[in-house]
Design a protein. Sequence first.
Length: 254
Amino acid sequence: MMSTIGVGVQLYTLRNECEKDFFKTLERVAGIGYEGVELAGLYGRRPDEVKEKLDELELEVVGHHIPFERIEQDLEQVIYEQMKLGNTRIVCPWLPPEMRNKESYERVANVLQDAVGKCAEHGMSISYHHHDFELEKEMTNSTLAMILDRDDRIQAEFDIYWLERAGHNPVDWLKAYKRRTSVVHLKDRSNDANEDTVILGTGNIAIQKVLEQGPDSNVKWWVVEQDECQLDPIESVSRSYRYLRKIEMKNNQS
């Protein structure tokens, strides 16, 4: 089920390690076996430096989380930087609390609609990565659907943890937006009231069903992310990686 879908890690999970030594962290990620990384900043390094290091480690850039303000105000420079990185996916990752209102959501949808054409000129896509505040009870009435439906060229970066936390089935969203979901964030959720993000396979989210839907929805990358780690973050993403590979082996044998 996973053989044609790459496995990457969102480096936000390893943000403290990246702050200490970005390139050493990339080496450790490659050593685990990950095929790609989704960037969340460059930690003071130039794009061409990062590209050279990633090439050395044979790591692909899955995407890059870029603050909304930069997408809105500095898109040309953002595109230039992504070209240097060899990245084709620009992702709007988060909206601050003061932007979580109807007027701001309309602004976001309009900005992404305008940006998607400019990105396409350079062979790039633009995606929206959600949390739970964009998710009302019904899919079609949600802010997330409004943003994605503004232009069918806007890609969806679904996060299965936040979908589940808001009471949605991730598979339903993958089916509804198939061919627009090239990257999916895989997280698991603890079995207690805290609803912590936990190592894949140790929580209560039906990850297997999401993985089974991936090929039909044209998913290209599964991206492991854990917002807060109870164990050492490198150990956490190592265990999540091993869990995914274990499932892949089982599926290939069945």
